[in-house]
Write a protein that binds this ligand. Structure first.
Ligand code: GDP
Length: 319
Protein backbone atom coordinates (compact mmCIF):
# COMPACT_ATOMS: atom_id res chain seq x y z
CA UNK A 1 0.00 0.00 0.00
CA UNK A 2 1.10 3.51 -0.83
CA UNK A 3 -0.13 6.17 1.58
CA UNK A 4 -0.53 9.80 0.60
CA UNK A 5 -1.10 12.81 2.89
CA UNK A 6 -2.89 15.59 1.07
CA UNK A 7 -5.04 18.69 0.78
CA UNK A 8 -7.32 19.39 -2.15
CA UNK A 9 -5.70 21.24 -5.07
CA UNK A 10 -2.02 20.34 -5.52
CA UNK A 11 -2.93 17.10 -3.80
CA UNK A 12 -5.67 16.21 -6.26
CA UNK A 13 -3.29 16.79 -9.19
CA UNK A 14 -0.72 14.46 -7.66
CA UNK A 15 -3.32 11.80 -6.84
CA UNK A 16 -4.58 12.10 -10.42
CA UNK A 17 -1.07 11.19 -11.59
CA UNK A 18 -0.75 8.27 -9.19
CA UNK A 19 -4.09 6.73 -10.15
CA UNK A 20 -2.85 6.63 -13.75
CA UNK A 21 0.28 4.64 -12.95
CA UNK A 22 -0.59 2.34 -10.03
CA UNK A 23 -3.66 0.20 -9.39
CA UNK A 24 -6.04 2.43 -7.38
CA UNK A 25 -6.56 -0.36 -4.78
CA UNK A 26 -2.94 0.21 -3.75
CA UNK A 27 -3.58 3.82 -2.69
CA UNK A 28 -4.67 5.00 0.75
CA UNK A 29 -5.17 8.73 0.97
CA UNK A 30 -5.18 10.59 4.29
CA UNK A 31 -6.97 13.88 3.77
CA UNK A 32 -6.97 17.22 5.58
CA UNK A 33 -10.32 18.09 7.18
CA UNK A 34 -9.26 21.43 8.71
CA UNK A 35 -11.15 23.24 5.90
CA UNK A 36 -14.44 21.45 6.64
CA UNK A 37 -17.33 23.81 7.27
CA UNK A 38 -21.10 24.11 7.46
CA UNK A 39 -22.79 25.62 4.45
CA UNK A 40 -26.57 26.05 4.24
CA UNK A 41 -26.76 23.58 7.13
CA UNK A 42 -24.73 20.97 5.23
CA UNK A 43 -21.40 19.44 6.20
CA UNK A 44 -18.88 20.24 3.47
CA UNK A 45 -15.44 18.61 3.42
CA UNK A 46 -13.70 20.34 0.50
CA UNK A 47 -10.47 18.34 0.42
CA UNK A 48 -12.18 14.97 0.92
CA UNK A 49 -14.51 15.91 -1.96
CA UNK A 50 -11.68 16.92 -4.32
CA UNK A 51 -9.85 13.66 -3.64
CA UNK A 52 -13.04 11.62 -4.02
CA UNK A 53 -13.91 13.33 -7.29
CA UNK A 54 -10.44 12.97 -8.79
CA UNK A 55 -10.38 9.25 -7.98
CA UNK A 56 -13.89 8.88 -9.42
CA UNK A 57 -12.66 10.70 -12.55
CA UNK A 58 -15.27 13.42 -11.92
CA UNK A 59 -13.12 16.39 -10.82
CA UNK A 60 -13.37 19.58 -12.86
CA UNK A 61 -9.86 20.16 -14.17
CA UNK A 62 -10.64 23.76 -15.17
CA UNK A 63 -11.77 24.77 -11.69
CA UNK A 64 -9.62 22.30 -9.75
CA UNK A 65 -12.61 21.66 -7.42
CA UNK A 66 -16.16 20.38 -7.79
CA UNK A 67 -17.66 18.14 -10.42
CA UNK A 68 -16.75 18.42 -14.11
CA UNK A 69 -19.62 19.93 -16.14
CA UNK A 70 -21.68 20.70 -13.03
CA UNK A 71 -24.47 23.29 -13.07
CA UNK A 72 -25.14 25.93 -10.38
CA UNK A 73 -28.94 26.31 -10.37
CA UNK A 74 -29.29 25.77 -6.62
CA UNK A 75 -26.57 28.33 -5.88
CA UNK A 76 -28.40 30.88 -8.02
CA UNK A 77 -31.73 30.07 -6.38
CA UNK A 78 -30.22 30.43 -2.88
CA UNK A 79 -28.78 33.80 -3.89
CA UNK A 80 -32.23 34.91 -5.04
CA UNK A 81 -33.60 33.79 -1.67
CA UNK A 82 -31.11 36.11 0.03
CA UNK A 83 -28.79 33.38 1.32
CA UNK A 84 -25.00 33.70 1.24
CA UNK A 85 -23.55 32.51 -2.06
CA UNK A 86 -19.81 33.17 -1.74
CA UNK A 87 -18.99 29.46 -1.48
CA UNK A 88 -19.84 27.87 -4.83
CA UNK A 89 -21.61 24.55 -4.64
CA UNK A 90 -22.58 22.85 -7.89
CA UNK A 91 -25.82 20.89 -8.19
CA UNK A 92 -24.14 17.50 -8.53
CA UNK A 93 -21.70 18.42 -5.74
CA UNK A 94 -24.67 19.35 -3.56
CA UNK A 95 -25.81 15.71 -3.61
CA UNK A 96 -22.51 14.72 -1.96
CA UNK A 97 -23.02 17.28 0.83
CA UNK A 98 -26.66 16.25 1.32
CA UNK A 99 -25.76 12.57 1.59
CA UNK A 100 -22.79 13.21 3.92
CA UNK A 101 -24.93 15.39 6.18
CA UNK A 102 -27.67 12.72 6.25
CA UNK A 103 -25.17 9.97 7.15
CA UNK A 104 -23.60 12.11 9.90
CA UNK A 105 -27.08 12.92 11.27
CA UNK A 106 -27.74 9.15 11.42
CA UNK A 107 -24.72 8.85 13.69
CA UNK A 108 -22.17 7.62 11.12
CA UNK A 109 -18.60 8.91 11.36
CA UNK A 110 -16.99 11.09 8.73
CA UNK A 111 -14.82 8.08 7.79
CA UNK A 112 -17.93 5.92 7.26
CA UNK A 113 -19.64 8.65 5.25
CA UNK A 114 -16.51 9.12 3.14
CA UNK A 115 -16.18 5.38 2.50
CA UNK A 116 -19.89 5.11 1.60
CA UNK A 117 -19.86 8.03 -0.83
CA UNK A 118 -16.58 7.09 -2.49
CA UNK A 119 -17.71 3.49 -2.94
CA UNK A 120 -21.00 4.65 -4.54
CA UNK A 121 -18.97 6.79 -6.93
CA UNK A 122 -16.84 3.81 -7.93
CA UNK A 123 -13.63 4.80 -6.13
CA UNK A 124 -11.37 1.81 -5.48
CA UNK A 125 -8.73 3.61 -3.40
CA UNK A 126 -9.17 4.11 0.34
CA UNK A 127 -9.89 7.70 1.40
CA UNK A 128 -9.41 8.42 5.11
CA UNK A 129 -10.23 11.77 6.72
CA UNK A 130 -7.32 12.59 9.06
CA UNK A 131 -9.71 12.45 12.05
CA UNK A 132 -13.38 11.83 12.74
CA UNK A 133 -13.27 14.67 15.26
CA UNK A 134 -13.58 18.29 14.23
CA UNK A 135 -10.33 20.18 13.74
CA UNK A 136 -10.95 23.73 12.49
CA UNK A 137 -8.25 25.76 10.81
CA UNK A 138 -8.53 29.41 11.89
CA UNK A 139 -6.62 32.23 10.26
CA UNK A 140 -5.99 35.23 12.49
CA UNK A 141 -5.91 38.45 10.45
CA UNK A 142 -6.24 42.20 11.16
CA UNK A 143 -9.87 41.78 9.99
CA UNK A 144 -10.47 39.19 12.72
CA UNK A 145 -10.28 35.48 13.33
CA UNK A 146 -11.47 33.82 10.10
CA UNK A 147 -12.39 30.24 9.32
CA UNK A 148 -10.20 28.85 6.55
CA UNK A 149 -12.98 29.09 3.94
CA UNK A 150 -13.78 32.70 4.95
CA UNK A 151 -10.08 33.56 4.55
CA UNK A 152 -9.57 31.57 1.35
CA UNK A 153 -12.83 31.75 -0.61
CA UNK A 154 -14.89 34.65 0.78
CA UNK A 155 -12.00 37.08 1.18
CA UNK A 156 -9.79 35.53 -1.54
CA UNK A 157 -6.77 35.26 0.80
CA UNK A 158 -6.09 39.02 0.62
CA UNK A 159 -5.77 39.58 4.39
CA UNK A 160 -2.32 39.66 5.98
CA UNK A 161 -1.96 36.58 8.17
CA UNK A 162 -0.96 37.01 11.81
CA UNK A 163 -1.23 33.37 12.88
CA UNK A 164 -2.85 30.05 12.03
CA UNK A 165 -4.48 27.78 14.62
CA UNK A 166 -5.93 24.28 14.41
CA UNK A 167 -8.78 24.44 16.89
CA UNK A 168 -9.54 21.01 18.36
CA UNK A 169 -6.35 19.40 17.07
CA UNK A 170 -4.82 18.75 20.49
CA UNK A 171 -7.85 16.67 21.56
CA UNK A 172 -8.38 14.97 18.19
CA UNK A 173 -7.48 11.37 17.50
CA UNK A 174 -6.55 10.02 14.07
CA UNK A 175 -9.40 8.28 12.24
CA UNK A 176 -9.35 4.47 12.28
CA UNK A 177 -6.71 3.15 9.94
CA UNK A 178 -4.70 6.39 9.64
CA UNK A 179 -1.74 5.41 11.80
CA UNK A 180 -1.61 1.87 10.39
CA UNK A 181 -1.73 3.27 6.86
CA UNK A 182 1.46 5.21 7.65
CA UNK A 183 3.32 2.57 9.65
CA UNK A 184 2.48 -0.37 7.37
CA UNK A 185 2.87 1.43 4.01
CA UNK A 186 5.49 0.51 1.41
CA UNK A 187 5.93 4.24 0.80
CA UNK A 188 4.43 7.44 2.18
CA UNK A 189 4.03 10.50 -0.05
CA UNK A 190 3.25 14.07 0.98
CA UNK A 191 1.43 15.66 -1.94
CA UNK A 192 2.53 19.16 -3.07
CA UNK A 193 -0.07 20.57 -0.72
CA UNK A 194 -0.02 23.71 1.37
CA UNK A 195 2.44 22.93 4.21
CA UNK A 196 0.54 25.15 6.68
CA UNK A 197 -3.17 24.67 6.02
CA UNK A 198 -3.30 21.25 4.33
CA UNK A 199 -0.40 19.17 5.67
CA UNK A 200 -0.22 21.28 8.88
CA UNK A 201 -3.61 20.17 10.28
CA UNK A 202 -2.85 16.51 9.50
CA UNK A 203 0.48 16.73 11.35
CA UNK A 204 -1.27 18.51 14.25
CA UNK A 205 -3.43 15.45 15.01
CA UNK A 206 -1.59 13.71 17.87
CA UNK A 207 0.15 10.54 16.77
CA UNK A 208 0.44 11.23 13.04
CA UNK A 209 3.81 12.95 13.12
CA UNK A 210 5.15 10.20 15.40
CA UNK A 211 3.89 7.55 12.94
CA UNK A 212 5.74 9.32 10.11
CA UNK A 213 8.91 9.28 12.18
CA UNK A 214 8.44 5.64 13.13
CA UNK A 215 7.51 4.15 9.76
CA UNK A 216 10.15 2.13 7.98
CA UNK A 217 8.65 3.20 4.64
CA UNK A 218 10.44 5.90 2.66
CA UNK A 219 8.69 9.26 3.15
CA UNK A 220 8.79 11.47 0.05
CA UNK A 221 7.30 14.97 -0.37
CA UNK A 222 6.75 17.00 -3.53
CA UNK A 223 7.35 20.71 -3.00
CA UNK A 224 4.42 23.11 -3.49
CA UNK A 225 7.04 25.89 -3.63
CA UNK A 226 9.19 26.76 -6.63
CA UNK A 227 11.82 29.45 -6.06
CA UNK A 228 10.40 31.87 -3.52
CA UNK A 229 6.71 31.42 -4.37
CA UNK A 230 3.88 28.90 -4.17
CA UNK A 231 2.79 27.42 -7.48
CA UNK A 232 -0.70 28.72 -6.62
CA UNK A 233 -2.73 29.90 -3.65
CA UNK A 234 -1.80 31.46 -0.32
CA UNK A 235 0.91 29.07 0.91
CA UNK A 236 3.69 31.71 0.87
CA UNK A 237 1.94 34.20 3.18
CA UNK A 238 0.83 31.42 5.51
CA UNK A 239 4.36 30.00 5.69
CA UNK A 240 5.79 33.41 6.57
CA UNK A 241 3.20 33.74 9.37
CA UNK A 242 4.28 30.35 10.74
CA UNK A 243 7.98 31.24 10.57
CA UNK A 244 8.70 28.87 7.66
CA UNK A 245 10.99 30.18 4.93
CA UNK A 246 9.26 30.30 1.53
CA UNK A 247 11.64 28.03 -0.37
CA UNK A 248 12.46 24.36 -0.67
CA UNK A 249 14.71 24.82 2.40
CA UNK A 250 11.64 25.95 4.35
CA UNK A 251 9.64 22.95 3.14
CA UNK A 252 12.53 20.61 3.98
CA UNK A 253 12.88 22.17 7.43
CA UNK A 254 9.15 21.88 8.17
CA UNK A 255 9.28 18.12 7.52
CA UNK A 256 12.91 17.46 8.52
CA UNK A 257 12.05 15.16 11.44
CA UNK A 258 10.47 12.52 9.19
CA UNK A 259 11.18 13.28 5.53
CA UNK A 260 13.60 11.15 3.50
CA UNK A 261 13.31 12.76 0.06
CA UNK A 262 12.03 16.15 -1.15
CA UNK A 263 11.15 16.45 -4.83
CA UNK A 264 11.90 20.01 -5.95
CA UNK A 265 11.77 21.85 -9.25
CA UNK A 266 14.72 22.08 -11.64
CA UNK A 267 14.59 25.85 -11.03
CA UNK A 268 15.78 25.08 -7.49
CA UNK A 269 18.76 22.92 -8.52
CA UNK A 270 21.36 25.30 -7.09
CA UNK A 271 19.61 25.51 -3.73
CA UNK A 272 19.11 21.72 -3.77
CA UNK A 273 22.84 21.31 -4.27
CA UNK A 274 23.58 23.48 -1.24
CA UNK A 275 21.21 21.33 0.86
CA UNK A 276 22.84 18.12 -0.36
CA UNK A 277 24.65 17.17 2.84
CA UNK A 278 21.48 17.34 4.96
CA UNK A 279 18.42 15.21 5.35
CA UNK A 280 16.14 15.07 3.38
CA UNK A 281 17.79 14.26 0.11
CA UNK A 282 16.56 16.63 -2.61
CA UNK A 283 15.76 15.38 -6.09
CA UNK A 284 15.06 17.94 -8.84
CA UNK A 285 12.68 17.48 -11.76
CA UNK A 286 9.93 19.49 -13.46
CA UNK A 287 7.19 19.57 -10.78
CA UNK A 288 4.56 21.70 -12.55
CA UNK A 289 1.48 19.60 -13.28
CA UNK A 290 -0.39 21.13 -16.19
CA UNK A 291 -1.42 18.08 -18.20
CA UNK A 292 -2.33 14.47 -17.50
CA UNK A 293 1.09 13.53 -18.89
CA UNK A 294 2.85 15.86 -16.41
CA UNK A 295 0.92 14.30 -13.54
CA UNK A 296 1.71 10.74 -14.61
CA UNK A 297 5.37 11.61 -15.17
CA UNK A 298 5.72 13.08 -11.66
CA UNK A 299 3.92 10.09 -10.16
CA UNK A 300 6.36 7.77 -11.96
CA UNK A 301 9.37 9.79 -10.78
CA UNK A 302 8.22 9.68 -7.17
CA UNK A 303 7.48 5.97 -7.38
CA UNK A 304 10.82 5.22 -8.98
CA UNK A 305 12.62 7.02 -6.17
CA UNK A 306 10.60 5.43 -3.38
CA UNK A 307 9.82 1.99 -4.77
CA UNK A 308 11.91 1.11 -7.80
CA UNK A 309 10.46 -2.41 -7.88
CA UNK A 310 6.82 -1.30 -8.15
CA UNK A 311 7.25 0.06 -11.68
CA UNK A 312 9.06 -3.05 -12.86
CA UNK A 313 5.78 -4.53 -14.09
CA UNK A 314 4.23 -2.04 -16.51
CA UNK A 315 0.89 -0.86 -15.11
CA UNK A 316 -1.92 -0.31 -17.57
CA UNK A 317 -2.27 3.45 -17.77
CA UNK A 318 -5.80 4.53 -16.95
CA UNK A 319 -7.65 7.03 -19.16
P1 GDP B 1 -5.99 23.13 -0.87
O1 GDP B 1 -6.54 22.16 0.13
O2 GDP B 1 -6.98 23.50 -1.94
O3 GDP B 1 -5.24 24.28 -0.27
O4 GDP B 1 -4.96 22.29 -1.74
P2 GDP B 1 -3.51 21.74 -1.51
O5 GDP B 1 -2.94 22.20 -0.23
O6 GDP B 1 -3.49 20.28 -1.83
O7 GDP B 1 -2.79 22.44 -2.74
C1 GDP B 1 -2.34 23.77 -2.72
C2 GDP B 1 -0.85 23.78 -3.03
O8 GDP B 1 -0.61 23.09 -4.26
C3 GDP B 1 -0.33 25.17 -3.24
O9 GDP B 1 0.54 25.50 -2.18
C4 GDP B 1 0.41 25.14 -4.60
O10 GDP B 1 1.66 25.77 -4.55
C5 GDP B 1 0.51 23.66 -4.87
N1 GDP B 1 0.39 23.33 -6.30
C6 GDP B 1 -0.66 23.59 -7.11
N2 GDP B 1 -0.39 23.14 -8.37
C7 GDP B 1 0.85 22.57 -8.33
C8 GDP B 1 1.68 21.95 -9.31
O11 GDP B 1 1.32 21.81 -10.49
N3 GDP B 1 2.91 21.51 -8.90
C9 GDP B 1 3.34 21.66 -7.60
N4 GDP B 1 4.55 21.20 -7.29
N5 GDP B 1 2.58 22.24 -6.66
C10 GDP B 1 1.36 22.69 -7.02
Amino acid sequence: VITILTGGTGGAKFVDGLRRVVPPEELTIIVNTGDDHEWWGLYVSPDVDSITYVLANMLSNERGWGVRGDTFHCLQAMKELGEPAWFSVGDRDLATHLLRTKLLAEGRTLSDATAHISQKLGVRSRILPMSDMRVDTHVDTPAGDLSFEEYFVKRRYQDPVKAVRFVGAAEAVPADGVLEAITSAQAVFLAPSNPVTSIGPILAVPGIREALKATSAPVVAISPIIGKAAVSGPAAGLMVAQGIEVSISGVAAAYSDFLDVLIADLADSALAESLASNRPQVHCTDILMRTAEDKARIARTVLTLALPEILAEPAAEAQ
